[in-house]
Design a protein around this ligand. Structure first.
Ligand code: CTP
Ligand code: MG
Length: 198
């Protein structure tokens, strides 16, 4: 692999993850109001998801992520086909495509996040408490799960193109996402949007 190829893989991986990356921070900005669990408890007497998972956050983050996918799609179409742009949604020709892929990545991201909260509550962890590692990967696993199941050709072409025997794009995402996650959360904390810097 050449240096140029490696740089391209990093840019491509980051770019394709943007709708999933955007969903969480947009949920933080738009969240509030009715919690998704309706304030109800699970069998163990603890909250199902907790007050940190709200319908407004879920809707806002999903729509925000889809919006990012739309912007990326416009950029890709405008730039025409070349090495750098021929990867976001290469085999989705209809206008619904970026909405569809954007939904899977953004909603999937928040899906991973609230599934994590469910298990956090079951293990007795309060809302906002730290669960290292899993906090950094929940949204990746969620977005990848939905994309693998419902947008498989796009997922494969984007994160494991046939040209490579190894899924380098996926490795890049697994390495850069925790760093990004941590930085964004520290910014959110300093802005007063998050109660804790994680
Ligand atoms: N948020 C929301 N709805 C979501 C996700 C996030 O409203 N579906 C908002 C909430 O205000 C939440 C904040 O974004 O407090 C930070 O999100 P996150 O760190 O994921 O939630 P926590 O409050 O830390 O809760 P948990 O312990 O369940 O992760
Ligand atoms: Mg949290």
């Amino acid at each position: 692999m050449t240096v140029e190829e490696a740089v391209l893989i990093i840019i491509q991986a980051f770019w394709a993850m943007l709708p999933a990356y955007a969903a969480g921070p947009v949920a933080v900005l738009t969240g509030g109001g009715s919690p998704m669990d309706g304030g109800r408890n699970w069998r163990d007497g603890k909250r199902i998801l907790g007050d940190g998972k709200t319908w407004r956050g879920l809707a806002g983050g999903t729509i925000g992520g889809i919006g990012i996918a739309g912007i990326l799609s416009v950029i890709v179409r405008g730039a025409g086909n070349n090495d750098l742009t021929d990867f976001l949604m290469p085999n989705w020709e209809t206008n619904l495509s970026w909405i569809f892929v954007g939904f899977m990545m953004a909603f999937g991201s928040l899906f991973g996040d609230f599934v994590k909260s469910f298990f956090k509550r079951r293990s007795g962890k309060e809302r906002g408490s730290k669960s290292p590692i899993i906090d950094m990967y929940d949204f990746i696993l969620g977005s990848w799960l939905l994309a693998i199941v419902f947008a498989n050709p796009w997922f494969m072409e984007t994160f494991w193109p046939e040209a490579y025997a190894f899924p380098w794009h996926m490795l890049v995402v697994l390495i850069i996402s925790p760093l990004l996650h941590r930085s964004v959360n520290i910014i959110g904390y300093k802005m007063g949007k998050k109660d804790v810097p994680w």
